[in-house]
Design a protein around this ligand. Structure first.
Ligand code: ZN
Length: 578
């Protein structure tokens, strides 16, 4: 019977160029070899299974090669290379510090270092898991590491760089190995499968690569396991069954159920998952990952963070288009909360089911008001039925759409000074603008009261428009420490409504807040300046007039937030400041 060699060994890279996912490190090492700039101690850090020991071995082979190639690779043909390839070289010494971590182990290593290699130029000492060395062993090692014989090169490897003492770190050239990307792992698995005559579905490769979590050695071991289970044809279904991975399909169906408010459906799906032997906590964290994947699929800029095969990525893209971003945030919050409470809960199944019920209520509850602008896009998406159900189930949702002639009527708030918003017939405030939280009282005014047709200054008036304008600017310029308000007042000069009442039209809620703070003072100032104690100033936000105007960065930000509520959310999530 032919001897079986596991793929992780059989396909272990023998040259720098065949190392997957560590291009920057391999090219640096090759350059160092080609230019004869070799250090005496290297520290390779990074997660397990990403190629640290492999690179150390290739490095040892290459620097001992008798006829190295110009590109910095070993020739693979000379005596030394052959000895390395057959694991019979005397130039390489490997010490596993996890099991040999005492001072005595290090002392015997140090004794060994003094002996020059019988053939080749360098003796390479690979110390794996070097962070496991005891402090005394570390100290015994220091001297040799600092002044090694010319023929000795140390390559220390560790998964936990933070446990290495600074005196060691400062004596080494440090290389940080990356977790291997899913796409790179998949590409290599395909190559291995082809060589082994195994046919496999793309999605199966992706599942294996994800399960390996960035470690190529794990990926190859899992591949072997799946192949021995499935034979020469590996399907996605067989792979997830063998690896005990929950099918994506369940999460897609669940999110559809959440959006449609189908509580029973979601509970039945959860029951099916439990019946398949999956742990509820595993399911919860899978659901969180699914929501996260939906979130990154919403934007072309972040879709690269999705680590799935093409077919599944397309499903994510389609579902993401139908899920409001606000829903995803809320859902993530709920699943995360459930995950955190899971261990303490005495009825874990019920806890999870409560989460599912709350998720089903998300889209039909309060939250729906914020997410409306997304909904019209839903028609023609993957879940038209759910959307229709949703819309029918939540008639309140309709009111927030901007409907010409019947603008949404914001709530009256008594405790704040009233702020009027002019609406001209046929012009409606867009829905996001109403949602800014700005307290607004609406006065539907007849056209004649609109500013353009304001009553001209009456003959009874005891101050001229010019005097008003001058007094206005005088106040504005007196605000030394509030340059921004000065600018706002300059930009929005007052208009006369009647002989002693004036109005200031501003463009957005930021200016509104700013001016409301000064309103009383301005009135008093004008009264003194113009000798008229009856002057009243009203400040009005006129969205239709200043629709495209934003003057300062603060105003531009406010404008962007008004137009797109998610912008504010994003700003808060990322903790951004202007
Ligand atoms: Zn060679």
């Amino acid at each position: 019977m032919e001897q079986y060699i596991v793929s992780a060994r059989k396909y272990r890279p023998m040259t720098f160029r065949s190392v997957i996912g560590q291009e920057s490190i391999t090219s640096t090492l090759k350059n160092a070899i080609a230019s004869h700039h070799l250090a005496h101690a290297y520290l390779f850090c990074g997660p397990r299974g990403v190629g640290k020991t492999t690179c150390a071995r290739i490095f040892a082979k290459t620097i001992n090669c008798l006829h190295p190639r110009e590109d910095g690779e070993a020739c693979d043909e000379c005596e030394s290379c052959r000895a390395f390839n057959e694991h019979g070289s005397f130039n390489i010494h490997e010490l596993d510090a996890a099991s040999n971590n005492t001072v005595d182990d290090i002392r015997s290593l140090v004794d060994q270092v003094r002996v020059p290699p019988p053939i080749g130029r360098y003796s390479v000492y690979i110390v794996d898991e070097v962070h496991m060395l005891s402090t005394a062993a570390f100290n015994a090692f220091l001297k040799t590491l600092e002044e090694p014989p010319a023929h000795a090169i140390f390559i220390l490897a560790t998964t936990e760089k933070h446990k290495i003492i600074p005196t060691i770190l400062s004596r080494c050239q440090i290389y940080n190995f990356n977790r291997i990307k899913v796409a790179d792992t998949v590409r290599y698995l395909k190559y291995v499968a082809e060589n082994e005559g195994v046919e496999a579905e793309d999605a199966a490769f992706n599942i294996i690569a994800q399960k390996a979590d960035g470690a190529m050695r794990d990926a190859l071991s899992i591949f072997d396991q799946v192949v021995s289970f499935c034979g020469q044809k590996v399907t996605y279904q067989a792979a997830i069954e063998n690896l005990n991975v929950l099918d994506y399909d369940y999460y897609f169906k669940l999110v559809d159920a959440f959006l449609g408010g189908q509580v029973q459906q979601s509970l039945l799906i959860f029951d099916e998952i439990l019946a398949k032997g999956f742990d509820a906590q595993y399911f919860i964290s899978g659901l969180s990952s699914h929501l996260r994947d939906l979130l990154v699929s919403k934007d072309a800029a972040t879709i690269g963070l999705l680590e799935v095969g093409q077919a599944i990525a397309e499903r994510y893209r389609v579902q993401a288009a139908s899920v409001p971003v606000q829903f995803i945030y809320k859902a993530l919050e709920l699943s995360n909360e459930c995950d955190m409470n899971y261990r303490q809960s005495r009825n874990k199944r019920l806890l999870t089911e409560i989460m599912l019920m709350r998720l089903c209520n998300l889209n039909g509850g309060q939250e729906s008001k914020k997410v409306e602008p997304e909904l019209p896009k839903l028609s023609g998406s993957a879940t038209p039925v759910n959307v229709a159900q949703h819309a029918a189930a939540t008639p309140a949702a309709k009111t927030a759409y901007p409907i010409p002639q019947q603008p949404a009527r914001p709530q009256m708030v008594a405790e704040e000074p009233p702020v009027r918003v002019h609406r001209r017939p046929g012009i409606s405030i867009s829905a996001p603008a109403v949602q800014t939280g700005q307290r607004v009282t609406e006065t539907a005014q007849p056209d004649s009261a609109a500013p353009q047709t304001a009553t001209p200054a009456a003959e009874h008036c005891d101050f001229t428009d010019e005097a008003l304008a001058q007094a206005w600017l005088k106040y504005a310029e007196s605000l030394e420490k509030e340059a921004h308000t000065t600018q706002t007042m300059r930009n929005f000069p007052p208009e006369r409504v009647s002989h002693d009442s004036i109005v200031m039209h501003i463009a957005n809620s930021t200016q509104m807040e700013e001016m409301m703070a000064h309103k009383r003072n301005i009135e008093r100032f004008l009264a003194a300046e113009l000798h008229n104690s009856h002057i009243t100033l009203s400040i009005e936000q006129d969205v239709s007039r200043f629709d495209n105007e934003a003057f300062t960065p603060t105003e531009k930000l406010a404008r962007m937030q008004e137009k797109n509520p998610y912008f504010k959310e994003l700003k808060q999530k990322l903790g951004l400041e202007l």
